[in-house]
Design a protein around this ligand. Structure first.
Ligand SMILES: [Zn+2]
Length: 410
């Protein structure tokens, strides 16, 4: 057996090429560090890609090239002219080759390997370097992988979803995320944070899937509330307790700033450098901080009352029964209203308006913590990419890394 025949046999085995395909020629281009493998169609009928019927061959399509896994450090390419079947029903069609997806520029093995490398790389440019491919090629591989994954995705068990916004570009540019809280995955993402934009997200689900949704965790953001009421009217809206805590925290900070200004006007520096103390969870204080804070708390400060209102509200989430939680809220609201701490009163009024959808928490116990976690993962994707020029690429990247999709070919 000559070296050439040996090589052909070797590559047939390596590629898993079976008849009627055969390795016709293996060409080593040493100076270009390339291996080119030419495949040929031996004989016989060609399957129609539409119906699978064995048809006669009309002709062969012009030669195409696919990038394959490297052989040692040699870039390896496959070349072939693919037969076109002549189906009585579907006419002349290019048959499907076993080593690549239709229209794909890579073999399935290469695409699978590239997905693996890109998933493991710290950045896409690092992945490109390891694979010896361009940025556009990597983007194309990820796009195809995401398309495959979305087609295969099982969404039968969607029960608890999350909807949240995330800033996209500088200024007031946002995207909206729909997440599956039970599986910790991003379902899809759209530009903007309007009702119309969020409506688009629901279109990715079938009517039966929407009907199965039990609850959606969401901030008290009117466009999102509207889209949920319209698209999944059977589902409970659950306002996220972390968002509530954030609003109350901001109110405490506003009270502190105002009071600090008033005190400084009288030369009193009591609140200087205390910002973090009022925002921290007291359980995370160092012994020094705990001492300082406990001294501050005992002074007759407005910020201490605001802080107490925020702390007290956390009890709300611990109730088991709606009736008790309602009574608690009423007392808390009354107390806050009498406090005359305007920023806290404003948040309390907002909570009162949305009370029904705060009480749903007692039933479902869902929050957007999962979504926030995915949000920070997305943030690091954005940082690694140094921003995204197009939303389309951003979406592909998010779904590639945070969609928990089955990304591999085959
Ligand atoms: Zn056919």
């Amino acid at each position: 057996m000559s070296i050439d025949t040996e090589l052909q046999k070797h590559y047939s085995q390596l590629l898993g090429i079976v008849r009627p395909w055969e390795v016709k020629n293996v060409e080593l281009k040493l100076t270009q560090k390339k291996v080119e493998i030419e495949l040929g169609w031996q004989w016989g009928a060609a399957k129609c890609p539409e119906c699978g019927r064995a048809c006669s061959i009309h002709d062969c399509a012009p030669e195409r090239t696919w990038r394959h896994l490297d052989t040692m450090q040699f870039t390896t390419l496959i070349r072939a002219r693919v037969p076109r079947s002549d189906c009585p029903q579907h006419g002349v069609k290019t048959t499907i080759v076993p080593w690549a997806a239709p229209q794909g520029r890579f073999t399935l093995l290469f695409a699978g390997f590239a997905v693996e490398v890109l998933l493991a790389s710290a950045s896409i440019s690092q992945g490109c370097e390891l694979l010896g491919i361009s940025w556009d090629t990597a983007q194309e591989i990820m796009r195809r992988a995401v398309e495959r994954g979305l087609e295969r995705r099982q969404l039968e068990d969607l029960k608890h979803l999350g909807m949240d916004e995330k800033s996209f570009r500088r200024g007031h540019s946002y995207i909206t995320l729909l997440t599956d809280l039970d599986e910790s995955r991003v379902l899809d993402v759209v530009e903007e944070r309007t009702t119309e934009a969020a409506d688009q997200l629901w279109k990715t689900l079938h009517p039966e899937q929407k009907q199965a949704v039990e609850a959606v965790a969401v901030d008290m953001w009117e466009p999102f509330i509207q889209t949920i009421q319209k698209q999944v009217p059977e589902a409970d809206i659950v306002h996220d307790k972390f968002h509530v805590s954030k609003y109350l925290g901001e109110a405490v900070d506003k009270v502190r700033r105002q009071e600090h200004k008033e005190l400084m006007a009288q030369g009193d520096e009591t609140l200087k450098g205390t910002r973090q103390l009022w925002l921290y969870n007291p359980q995370n204080f160092s012994p020094d901080q705990a001492e300082e804070f406990s001294a501050l708390k005992d002074l007759q400060l407005k910020v201490a009352r605001a802080w107490a209102a925020k702390e007290l509200f956390s009890k709300f989430w611990e109730y088991q029964e709606e009736g008790w939680a309602r009574r608690f809220f009423k007392r808390w609201f009354g107390w806050v209203s009498r406090s005359r701490l305007k920023p806290v009163v404003e948040v309390a009024r907002m909570l009162k308006r949305h009370l029904d959808n705060l009480l749903t928490y007692l039933k479902h116990h869902i929050t957007n913590a999962v979504t926030e976690g995915l949000n920070s993962k997305i943030q690091s994707l954005k940082a690694a990419a140094r921003g995204f020029r197009s939303f389309r690429n951003y979406r592909i990247r998010i779904l590639f890394f945070c969609g928990k999709l089955s990304l591999y070919p085959q």
